[in-house]
Write a protein that binds this ligand. Structure first.
Ligand SMILES: Cc1cc2nc3c(=O)[nH]c(=O)nc-3n(C[C@H](O)[C@H](O)[C@H](O)COP(=O)(O)OP(=O)(O)OC[C@H]3O[C@@H](n4cnc5c(N)ncnc54)[C@H](O)[C@@H]3O)c2cc1C
Length: 428
């Protein structure tokens, strides 16, 4: 998009995941001017990386498509990708937001044909697939990326690959002279929706995530099911590519633990229950899941989903905090060691693969906010009067599922609308 011109009656939304998209659309569809900024080249956030949603087991791509249609149809909403808020000054109803826009090196002429990617040779770890796959130095972040434009990785600038990409583009879309820019926007309220990041599994030392190839995280497991993902939609063991038919899920991996994340991430139990259905889907009767848990946290309508999964005889539940993981070097199996707290039996159970249901932590560290905001002991933004007209939405306010993120985003939009209405002198 062109440079945004905003006024004190505009709302700035930071973060283009489901929460930021929802907040931006709700406000824009109420007639407010909204600028949505996203630091990545595409919006969609972490839900775009999920295979299915609990509890309905529908595809997130459907919801994303509906939201993209709403975005395309709304002239009140302006989107800026590869953009971060680096400074915020002023008072509620009268803020100056300083935005830093990283160069994409690809302009609006891009048709998404992919000729640049074919021409480029350099490959890098694909962050969208948590490094389980490589991507080219010219790339579309994922197949439903919006805006549907390629990006050049800055690491190829100044190399022959950059020139190759430029020469391959028939539409004059590659612009190697693009520079980082900073713009100031006048806005009345800010919705902060920067979401979450997965807890670093390597820090849970007894589980050997960085030592054993067949110990992976729940976010990586989601990527494996994607037909466009690192394994082409097949559940395969990283060590030898064998189908992972017998999978262990460890709950509270790094959550509810004073050495790691103190809080309960709320979604991990549901995510593992959901992922146990992937085994049935892929392997039928041969797919087996074992869920090692402290307690299963499923409330309201999620309780029905839990009951449904529990009724599957191929899904076993072991009430236990797994003490450690070792590896059978001959088979590559992971062996989970611990004590079953229902019978007080010791176990050493082999599985093809182990999935750590890792917790969610805020994606922005408390020291990295461009302005002072009140955060709780876990780093999530609190609803506090000293935050002025900065309102947190979704997982920047707490560990939430999509349903609750959307509710929180709608509430944040309403609060922001109240502020800009006051500026405009609209009666509340
Ligand atoms: C393994 C797993 C499975 C899950 N499965 C489900 C499920 O089936 N159903 C369900 O309801 N929930 C599920 N969840 C939870 C779901 O992922 C979250 O509810 C959802 O991602 C919250 O969306 P969000 O927009 O708040 O955050 P995010 O998805 O994290 O989006 C935040 C956005 O902000 C951007 N951003 C970050 N920092 C900045 C910055 N400084 N400036 C600009 N932009 C920034 C990010 O790039 C991102 O696009 C699952 C979670 C896990 C861990």
């Amino acid at each position: 998009m062109s440079d945004a011109v905003a006024t004190s009656q505009s709302i700035l939304v930071v973060g283009g995941g489901i929460s930021g998209i929802t907040a931006a659309l709700e406000a824009a569809e109420c007639g407010k001017q909204v600028v949505l900024v996203e630091k990545n080249p595409s919006i969609g956030g972490r839900v775009s990386q999920l295979y299915k949603y609990f509890p309905k087991l529908c595809y997130p791509s459907c919801g994303l498509e509906i939201n993209l249609r709403r975005i395309r149809a709304n002239r009140n909403l302006r989107l800026m990708t590869q953009t971060e808020l680096v400074g915020l000054s002023g008072t509620p109803g009268d803020y100056t937001a300083t935005l830093r826009i990283a160069p994409r090196y690809v302009n609006d002429n891009c048709t998404g044909c992919g000729a640049c990617a074919e021409a480029v040779q350099a490959e890098f770890d694909d962050e969208y697939n948590y490094g389980m796959k490589k991507r080219k130095g010219a790339y579309l972040p994922f197949n439903m990326a919006y805006p549907p434009r390629y990006v050049l990785d800055p690491r190829i600038l100044g190399t022959e690959d950059a020139e190759r990409a430029k020469a391959a583009c028939k539409y004059g879309a590659i612009d190697l002279d693009m520079q980082e820019r900073t713009v100031d926007l006048h806005v009345g309220a800010v919705i902060w929706a920067t979401g979450w990041r997965p807890y670093d599994a390597a820090r849970i030392q007894p589980y050997g995530y960085d030592r054993f190839a067949n110990v992976i995280t729940s976010v990586e497991f989601e990527r494996m099911m994607d037909p466009f993902g690192p394994t082409g939609g097949k559940l395969l063991r990283p060590s030898d590519g064998k189908p992972a038919k017998d999978v262990a899920f460890i709950q509270c991996a790094g959550s509810r633990d004073r050495n790691h994340l103190k809080h309960c991430s709320r979604i991990c139990c549901m995510a593992s229950l959901k992922q146990s259905t992937y085994l049935r889907e892929q392997f039928g009767d041969e797919g087996r899941a074992t869920i090692y848990y402290i307690d299963i946290r499923a409330i309201d309508r999620l309780e029905d989903f839990y009951a449904r999964v529990k009724a599957d005889e191929n899904v076993r539940f072991v009430k236990s905090k797994v003490a450690s993981i070792t590896e059978d070097k001959q088979t590559g199996n992971v062996i989970l060691n611990g004590v079953d707290t229902e019978g007080y039996h010791r176990y050493s159970n082999p599985h093809d693969l182990c999935v750590l249901a890792i917790g969610m932590e805020p994606s922005v560290d408390r020291s990295a906010f461009p302005v002072e905001v009140a955060v709780d002991q876990n780093g999530f933004i609190e609803a506090a009067p000293e935050n002025g007209a900065i309102f947190a939405a979704g997982c920047s306010s707490d560990a939430l599922d999509v349903n609750r993120s959307v509710q929180s985003a709608t509430a944040a939009a309403l609060r922001a609308i109240q502020v800009v209405n006051r500026v405009a002198g609209v009666e509340g």
